[in-house]
Write a protein that binds this ligand. Structure first.
Ligand SMILES: NC(=O)c1ccc[n+]([C@@H]2O[C@H](COP(=O)([O-])OP(=O)(O)OC[C@H]3O[C@@H](n4cnc5c(N)ncnc54)[C@H](O)[C@@H]3O)[C@@H](O)[C@H]2O)c1
Length: 375
């Protein structure tokens, strides 16, 4: 079978990782690279002798390609992806899908109209650690989930067109979308900018799902140390994902509280503490981006919807747009029109917008919740 010919747009920090992975994937061939900066083109050309190097998307679209991967600044994702989809190419866009809900929605619709695969590189969804976390949570081992707490901080690469939420939170938001499979009710975010007043370089984002489940994300470009940690805390057990621990990135703690069962015990808030074993499951090695490009190729070949399809990308963008509104209102709570009202009835506005999480949509109305190097 012929390898799919892929063109990569953007050969800055992340683009060369795509070129390398498309080169070694048995189903794809890194055929061409497009970058507006001649020095970047020259540099990637030195590492890969057979690549066609072009300075513009116009010239890229004249080549015999099957697909394009876009690794340019976020503000350019929409115009480039739009042109590639209209030219009949399958498209892999770097996270986040686009710079606004309007743009993201337009790309989802365009891909559907042209029957092309639109995938977002939410790389973590292809990491074996996150796959295992999803299985552990779905299997009910943690019990009812109480909260998610994530810290993603380091001395970051400042971006000129997006704030720290748009740069780092796509990772956390795509992970929780995939693992929790739930629609948030509201979001609030607090943050500020130091290098530039208008570009927040640190932020705290809080997402509420219902009365008993909340998620909190700290993203920061100003931290002297790098921390990548997520806690998934449940009624029975809790899981900590520390991706910087090379040997034991996931630890499951049989620790927590037990609340009295009788009304009297509950009224007196009689809580017992439970402290049991800690175990660290084996994680199969493997580069997430290699799995992502292989999945993209498979989706093209088999006409499948990607795990991180345009709808997931749109849900992530929707949360970040709401978080930015909240940031500008100094933490004001933004209620999300999830399409589910208090009676569990779908709101018509959600249909077709990709807003409603598909797993949530399948759940019968009124049903209880189940027991439930990237930058
Ligand atoms: N999945 C991940 O873990 C991950 C990690 C880092 C970055 N990213 C994403 O990758 C994308 C690129 O980030 P980066 O850090 O590599 O940026 P970068 O600024 O280092 O590189 C962007 C490149 O795009 C080129 N470019 C810009 N506009 C262009 C255009 N119209 N036509 C052709 N070339 C153009 C620039 O010359 C530059 O070389 C962003 O969306 C970012 O969020 C993803």
């Amino acid at each position: 079978m012929n390898r799919l010919k892929v063109g990569v747009v953007g050969a800055g920090y992340w683009g060369p990782n795509l070129v390398r992975n498309f080169s070694i994937c048995p189903q794809t061939e890194a055929f061409a690279v497009c970058d507006a900066n001649p020095a970047r083109l020259e540099s990637i050309g030195r590492s890969y002798s057979g690549l066609v190097l072009v300075p513009s998307v116009d010239e890229l679209l004249a080549l015999p390609l099957d697909a394009v991967a876009i690794a340019t600044p976020v503000s350019t994702h929409f115009p480039i992806a739009q042109r590639c989809l209209e030219a009949g190419l399958h498209v892999l866009v770097e996270k986040p899908l686009a710079a606004s809900v309007t743009e993201a929605q337009a790309l989802v619709e365009l891909a559907a109209r042209h029957e092309r695969v639109l995938m977002v590189d939410h790389t973590y969804l292809f990491s074996n650690a996150v796959r295992l976390i999803e299985q552990i949570v779905a299997g009910g081992e943690l019990g009812e989930l109480y909260y998610v707490d994530s810290i993603r901080i380091n001395l970051g690469l400042f971006q000129h067109d997006i704030n720290v939420v748009w740069d780092l939170a796509p990772h956390d938001l795509s992970i929780v979308d995939h693992v929790l499979k739930r629609n948030p009710r509201s979001i609030s975010a607090w943050g500020c900018g130091h290098a530039d007043d208008n570009i927040e370089d640190m932020a705290y984002v809080n997402v509420d799902y219902d009365e008993r489940l909340m998620a909190s994300f700290h993203v920061n470009w100003l931290s002297p140390v790098k921390v990548r940690q997520m806690i998934f805390a449940g009624a029975r057990k809790s899981l900590i994902f520390n991706e910087l621990n090379p040997t034991e990135p996931i630890k499951v703690y049989d620790r927590g509280i037990e609340v009295g069962q009788s009304l009297d015990e509950r009224r007196k808030l009689m809580v017992n503490y439970r402290s049991g074993d800690v175990w660290s499951p084996h994680i199969e090695p493997g580069e997430p981006l290699q799995a992502a490009v292989g999945h993209f190729a498979q989706c093209i070949r088999e006409g499948m919807a990607p795990l991180s399809d345009g709808n997931l990308g749109l849900r992530v963008v929707r949360l970040m747009e709401a978080a930015t509104r909240s940031l500008k209102a100094q933490g004001g709570r933004v209620v999300l029109s999830n399409g589910v009202n208090s009676n569990g009835v779908l709101d018509a506005r959600a249909n077709g917008s990709g807003e409603l999480h598909p797993d949530r949509a399948r759940r019968p109305s009124g049903s209880k919740r189940g027991l439930a190097r990237v930058r």
